[in-house]
Ligand binder design. Structure first.
Ligand code: HMG
Ligand code: MG
Length: 298
């Protein structure tokens, strides 16, 4: 059976825009986040305080975070890779961060220039400061269903990294099929293996639609009991270090499916779809959401 309600974590402004070729103006990023918070979303990943040399698209993180209107009841996590990122984020009043590691050694090296254990060790002082400051921390495990460099990723490696992030103090661990290669039974088996070590209420799923499997994978995971789903409006994004990775699953498509299943999200779907089309226009292309297109028909 599926959960009665699902929380969507909107990752478009971060995971989406970090990999779009078109540079989006700071003012448009701010407008995007404010439009998203008006739809009823309760979690919006706003930006990323990583090295601007690595992700120039989000070099304006501080300006964006300072300019958004923070709506009560809405969380605005930001990506933080190290203490330097933590300090930049705190300087502009960030109250929730997300740390990230891959389940695949090769991917972790390419993405953050460190081994898995080195990056977990690097998070320790960040976690300690977050705890002292009352800052919430979300964790990501990427490449949970496959890696562009090593191919298959053993389930034990996924479980180990997810468990380590949870034990370090992440209130929620998001399991990412970064390159979108997973299929439903594999997704379900992966989630089940992790949930044996980390409680299901502390887990989220994060799918990319590279091979068109994202909604099927999400349904399989909902049936397994997960109640938090990451997605990106207009299906924006991909992954700078994962060749061929198309966008994140589109939030509009996920919300349409959830509502059709009788699952509450608290989100105004027509308003979300309108926001997706607005963003696609800013990016100079069609929305990557089928629902977004369908709802635009006269
Ligand atoms: P490095 O080059 O190994 O680190 O990068 P470093 O410590 O030697 O620093 C190099 C330079 O960067 C220095 O500047 C630092 O000051 C600066 P320089 O002395 O050369 O002028 N620097 C920073 N500047 C601003 N903010 C910071 C920061 N840190 C260092 N926080 C590092 C290591 C981790 C910093 C780098 O590799 C990095 O930023 N990587 C992030 C890449 C990234 O964001 N990838 C995408 C996110 S993960 C993802 O998308 C997957 C996910 O979405 C889930 C899924 O889809 O499956 C989560
Ligand atoms: Mg992603």
């Amino acid at each position: 059976s599926t959960p009665p309600a699902v929380r969507i974590v909107e990752v478009g402004p971060r995971d989406g825009l970090q990999n779009e070729k078109t540079q989006v103006a700071t003012a448009d990023k701010v407008e995007l986040i404010d439009r998203l918070s008006a739809t009823g979303l309760r979690s919006i990943e706003a930006t990323s305080f990583v090295s601007p040399k690595w992700v120039p698209q989000l070099a304006d993180a501080a300006e964006v975070f300072t300019a958004i209107t923070r709506r009560p009841g809405v969380g605005y996590p930001v990506l933080v890779p190290n203490e330097q990122g933590y300090e930049r984020a705190r300087a502009v009043g960030v109250e929730e961060i997300a740390v990230f590691a891959a389940a695949s050694e090769a991917f972790n090296r390419t993405n953050i220039n460190a081994s898995i254990d080195e990056s977990l060790a690097r998070f320790a002082p960040v976690m300690a400061r977050a705890r002292a400051d009352g800052v919430k921390v979300r964790g990501y495990v990427s490449t949970v269903l496959g890696c562009p460099y090593q191919g298959e990723v053993p389930l034990d490696d996924v479980v180990r990294v997810a468990r380590a992030l949870h034990e370090m103090g992440c209130y929620e661990v998001s399991l990412g099929d970064t390159i979108g290669v997973g299929t439903p039974h594999k997704a379900r088996a992966m989630l089940r293996a992790v949930a044996a070590q980390v409680p299901m209420p502390a887990l989220a799923v994060h799918f990319h639609d590279t091979y068109g499997q994202a909604l099927s994978n999400i349904l399989a995971c909902l049936e397994e009991g997960v109640a938090v789903v990451d997605s990106a409006v207009a299906g924006v994004g991909g992954c700078p270090y994962a060749r061929g990775a198309s966008g994140n699953v589109a939030s509009e498509d996920v919300v349409y499916m959830l509502h059709g299943l009788g699952i509450d999200t608290g989100i105004d779907l027509p308003l979300l779809a309108q926001t997706g089309r607005w963003l696609a226009e800013r990016l100079g292309r069609d929305t990557g959401s089928k629902v977004g297109k369908a709802l635009a028909q006269p």
